[in-house]
Design a protein around this ligand. Sequence first.
Ligand code: HXC
Length: 269
Amino acid sequence: MESPFKADALKGKVALLTGGASGIGFEISAQFGKHGASIAVMGRRKNALDAAVSALRSLGIPAVGFEGDVRRDEDAKRVVEATVKHFGKLDILVNAAAGNFLVAAEDLSPNGFKTVIDIDAVGTFTMCHEAFKYLKKGGQGRSSSSGGGSILNISSSLHVTAFWYQSHASAAKAAIDSLTRNLALEWGTDYDMRVNGIAPGAIGATAGLRKLMPQEIFNKAIEEWPLDKIGEKWDVAMAALYLASDAGKFINGTTLLVDGGYWLSRPRY
Ligand code: HXC
């Protein structure tokens, strides 16, 4: 689908995306690139990174990939620094890396809970923390005339109410949304940065949907879904463009639900 945004909406911007090589993260990478940004993607799987970077470059997008795990402080620091070294600065950080699996709380080990918290919530904080000195107003690599950069944290709609077999991921995503508000307050006030989030609902052709919603449940649920459909990765990427571009210049501390209104309903399944 054609973008409603102008092709230069992110012209001259440099974006680093964790989890940017696949799923929703990759769609945001591609749309940011198509709208003028240079793209660095960070991920754990070299094959996925290589494929993403060549796909982006084939669209004429300046792109680079860095292997790394957001759970490792040294990886976060190295990748942020490598991005700035490669492109000269950093304007936008998108935290899209996530780990998840379906498991009943009674079968979830404390280490399983901790693993997802570490990837999603602690990883998001670690990346924000490492990127801060480049994103803040007057930060390293920023021109004196530009304000601060921005951060987008991808969470989910899991914790808006509750979701079966997702106690670990719901807790992690709730922590991310809370972090979004607190960083927006502190870093917006002191450093002219914007920090926002996107909470996607069920989005087609993603690992999340495949893992979390078996086909028979999906077939029943869709009958009562508001808007009568699930979302596309494109929908999330357009929300990201809105929040990261000047269109969203007065939006700070918001997590935008991109779920078609699903959270309003309690489907009868
Ligand atoms: C129960 C599990 C489990 C499972 C792992 N664990 N998989 N427990 N059911 N299916 C437990 C393990 O037993 C272990 O605890 C602990 O978690 C760590 O497991 P490891 O395999 O050592 O961890 P690791 O190799 O780091 O793998 C991380 C992962 C993995 C999260 C478990 O699945 C992963 O990274 N997946 C790829 C990313 C992904 O899933 N992306 C989609 C996100 S979807 P013990 O106690 O045994 O040591 C998303 C969208 C949600 O976030 C919104 C939808 C609406």
